[in-house]
Design a protein around this ligand. Structure first.
Ligand code: SF4
Ligand code: SF4
Length: 568
């Protein structure tokens, strides 16, 4: 792993270098500025065996810092043909190539630009990396006049630039909120990544999870028995903490609901506590559910790869729902899984007419918003339970946490899920403060490591990109004493933990259902519940007084008052 600068070194580097944010002027035009790969500023390339397994083109071992990328003969033509096909197939892509007026409203809205000061991280310029090729290769003015008309040819220098800057975009869509034309730079990033895959140019941290998921159903490539035993070990922890025994049903046919969540909830910290929260919730309401050992992953890194892979990995969830003959699907806390389901499922694999329109078996609420996808977000489901008074909650069990809410880009900006998580959170905790306006709701700042960029070798860029989010977290820590940021995204839970450790030491990160699990008062639970789901002991219960030893009755020959016989 490349050496990561200390926080003060990273901040100083922002101040030392010429920076557009301070109004400094670059010495040369952006087209004349080549990329420079150095440890810490790029993600490792996709391994040959991973590309072979996926049957992706041009498998070989290479790295972005190599001079020779070992591209296939005629690679420029392959990319340009892919470009042409996508302009025809995706109307939005064609539109985004044509309509930008370079007003600059998006320029300072990207967290990577704010954290790096690199002009090519301004969304307008990031998109221009592709637009310039569009002009230079497909438009008459650009073909003839070249850079005078803002056009250029597809060259190895351009491809390297694409690799660098389309892997410094988390497809968070914050920039699109500010664009008067609604240009979605995330979609341009998606197209650029797809085109690069045509010549075997992609990163391993995306491709290996995709390959694993394609093979075994989850990102880590774990077999069904490993998935089961991991969740069963969490049930043992639940028993230890709460005294409640939970038996999770796997691959049960005919259950009401198939529950699918990111595999990080089964294996990684702090996601495992969120999983424990789900399991306690289902036990609390007596839900007739099953988990699948084949659809053992809600996350879909296909979204960060290409359209076909996204479709294939999404289809697996629905194939399992069909095989297990459930009524509908309940989805756990994830960001991009929901972007796929919410925005693309219907036209990719839907409508899922073999399933029923989701209806809560506890409250009778019909989730008509999921009438077509047949998939309900756990936060909507839990909010509905709380609204109908179906959960016995003791928010004081979360009093060791002073919370704030991180709107994950996909659930917030892509789904509009703003109120439900806040409603659930405020029902299970007593202490809550929002991060500042302009950094939450639809203007939320990304964790800086989404879209498969959450790899260790990329830590410096991640810490730069996460700076605006961390800044807002630091503000509420200093002003209100916030010590926990909660969110509903598995990637965020993992990446915000590193980010906070780096920029805001002392700030912890949790999923929402970890806090729900802490607050749930379960029938027959241990009392007092001394531990939270992290097995910490934060509760200030008074120790129950030891019962006094009963005095030895005096031994007499007389009969006892009750008329019984004295022992002995
Ligand atoms: S989508 Fe997000 S990461 Fe990408 S350019 Fe826009 S603001 Fe930056
Ligand atoms: S805000 Fe929209 S129109 Fe303006 S520069 Fe950015 S992408 Fe172009």
């Amino acid at each position: 792993m490349a050496k990561v600068p200390k926080p003060n070194e990273l901040t100083e580097s922002l101040l030392e270098k010429p920076n557009l944010l301070r109004g400094d002027q670059p010495k040369q035009t952006w087209m004349e500025t080549p990329v420079e790969f150095k440890p810490g500023n790029y993600c490792h390339a996709g391994k040959s065996k991973v590309l072979e397994t996926l049957k992706f083109p041009n498998p070989r071992d290479w790295q972005p810092a190599d001079d020779d990328w070992q591209l296939p003969d005629g690679w420029e033509k392959i990319i340009l043909e892919g470009f042409r096909q996508r302009l025809k197939k995706f109307r939005s892509f064609k539109l985004f190539m044509d309509i930008c007026v370079r007003c600059g409203a998006c320029a300072d809205k990207c967290h990577f630009f704010l954290g790096s000061g690199d002009p090519k991280n301004m969304p307008v310029l990031r998109a221009e990396l592709v637009r310039s090729v569009y002009r230079g290769e497909f438009k008459a003015a650009g073909k003839i006049l070249g850079s005078i008309a803002g056009g250029r040819k597809m060259t190895i220098g351009v491809l390297k630039e694409w690799f660098m800057y389309f892997h410094q975009c988390t497809e968070c869509r914050r920039c699109s909120v500010f664009c008067p034309y609604g240009i979605d730079t995330a979609e341009i990033t998606m197209m650029a990544r797809e085109m690069m895959h045509q010549v075997g140019v992609g990163i391993n941290w995306i491709l290996e999870p995709v390959s694993n998921c394609n093979r075994t159903g989850n990102h880590l490539g774990l077999q069904p028995h490993a998935f089961v035993s991991s969740i069963e070990s969490l049930c043992e922890d639940i028993k230890e903490i709460t005294g409640i025994s939970i038996k999770v049903p796997f691959n049960k046919k005919g259950a009401d609901v198939l529950f699918i969540t990111p595999s990080a909830d089964a294996f990684a910290m702090p996601g495992i506590y969120t999983m424990m929260g789900y399991l306690l919730l289902f036990e609390h309401i007596g839900l007739n559910y099953t988990m699948s050992t084949y659809a053992s992953e809600g996350g879909n890194f296909g979204l960060f790869t290409n359209n076909e892979m996204m479709k294939k990995l999404n289809a697996k969830m629905y194939a399992e729902a069909k095989r297990l003959e459930v009524k509908w699907i309940l989805g756990g806390e994830c960001g991009h899984m929901w972007r796929v389901v919410h925005q693309y499922m219907d036209t990719m694999n839907g409508p899922a007419d073999f399933l029923e329109v989701p209806k809560s078996p506890v409250t009778g609420t019909v989730f008509s918003n999921a009438a077509s996808t047949k998939m309900v977000h756990i936060v909507e489901f839990t909010a509905d339970l709380i609204k109908h008074g179906k959960l016995k909650l003791d928010p004081s069990r979360n009093d060791h946490w002073h919370t704030s809410w991180h709107d994950s880009c996909n659930t917030a900006r892509a789904m509009g899920m703003f109120e439900e998580p806040r409603y659930v959170l405020k029902s299970v905790v007593n202490k809550f403060n929002e991060m500042p306006e302009g950094t939450i709701l639809e203007q939320t700042f990304c964790c800086g490591s989404g879209t498969g960029l959450n790899t260790d070798e990329f830590m410096e860029v991640r810490m730069r990109g996460g700076l605006p989010r961390a800044n807002a977290a630091k503000y509420v820590m200093d002003k209100h004493g916030v010590n926990l940021i909660s969110c509903v995204c598995a990637i965020d839970r993992a990446t915000l933990s590193s980010l906070m450790q780096y920029w805001v030491p002392g700030m912890e990160v949790s999923g929402l259902h970890e806090l729900v699990g802490n607050a749930l008062v379960m029938e027959g639970e241990k009392w007092p519940r001394a531990m939270d789901l992290r097995e910490d002991e934060p509760y200030d219960y008074e120790e129950p007084e030891e019962p006094e030893e009963p005095e030895e009755p005096e031994t007499t020959d007389e009969a006892s008052p009750e008329g019984g016989e004295a022992d002995g």
